[in-house]
Ligand binder design. Structure first.
Ligand SMILES: [Zn+2]
Length: 248
């Protein structure tokens, strides 16, 4: 499989390309493009969360713990009116759960190259980002989710490419070939859990409503066919000339 540095280099390059595309082609703001590019970069590390060995999983968990509350803050402010103190009170437990709880859960419930290295997992990661970022159906939100999916897919693709060895002009396919870009793994419970999560998140995404562009303005309507209203005419009468000032 490709190493940590290869994954992060490729996904970061793709993220930079996405940020440029978003700004130049779709005319999105630089901050939204930078977030999408950053998510693409992080997406390149995500599948190796199922790896029990050291640095990649630990770094990705630490980064996710810091970033998730920040991504969520916009949604909490816009949709639920959270102030800064509420954001802190809500964000701190999320940080602690991801930083210290999620890694342990991954160690217990995942195996390397299981369903976390799969195409439905890429879709799940994209939908999680979609639900965390902002609120209301909007193109910017989809673009950020696409950043994560592109990064995630780049990791799967590199893992597949690295499972083909070329030596002395002959290509040899390793046993790991086909274990990254797959729809189903070997464990039936893991497949069921993955697709159940995919369906649940898909339903949650479909629940999102488009954001209103402006506050609705109530226009008063007449309750019956009233005759057209004519404003009273104001007749301006010039003052009479005062005889005492004549001739001045
Ligand atoms: Zn991998």
């Amino acid at each position: 499989m490709a190493g940590f540095h290869t994954h992060i280099t490729v996904s970061t390059a793709l993220g930079a390309g996405m940020a440029w595309l978003g700004h130049e082609h779709y005319h999105l703001g630089w901050s939204a493009c930078a977030v999408a590019g950053g998510l693409c970069s992080v997406g390149g590390m995500m599948p190796d969360l199922d790896s029990d060995s050291g640095v990649p999983a630990r770094e990705t968990i630490g980064f996710a713990a810091a970033v998730v509350p920040m991504l969520l803050s916009t949604r909490l402010q816009q949709q639920y009116g959270f102030d800064v103190e509420s954001l802190f009170l809500f964000g701190a437990p999320i940080y602690l759960f991801i930083r210290f709880g999620l890694g342990t859960l991954f160690k217990i419930f995942t195996v390397h190259r299981g369903m976390f290295h799969s195409l439905p997992a890429a879709a799940i990661a994209g939908m999680v980002v979609y639900l965390l970022c902002d609120h209301g159906a909007s193109f910017v939100r989809v673009f950020k989710a696409c950043g994560m999916v592109v990064g995630f897919l780049s990791h799967l693709l590199l893992d597949e490419i690295w499972s083909i060895q070329v030596r002395n002009g002959t290509a040899r396919v390793k046993n790991s070939f086909g274990t990254a870009m797959k729809f189903f793994g070997q464990s039936a419970p893991a497949n069921a859990m993955c697709y159940a999560t995919l369906i649940l998140l898909g339903l949650a995404v479909l629940q999102e409503q488009p954001m209103p562009k402006s506050m609705p303005v109530a226009t008063p309507q007449p309750a019956f066919d009233a005759p057209e209203f004519e404003p009273p005419r104001t007749v301006i009468v010039p003052p009479e000339r005062r005889p005492g000032y004549d001739g001045l």
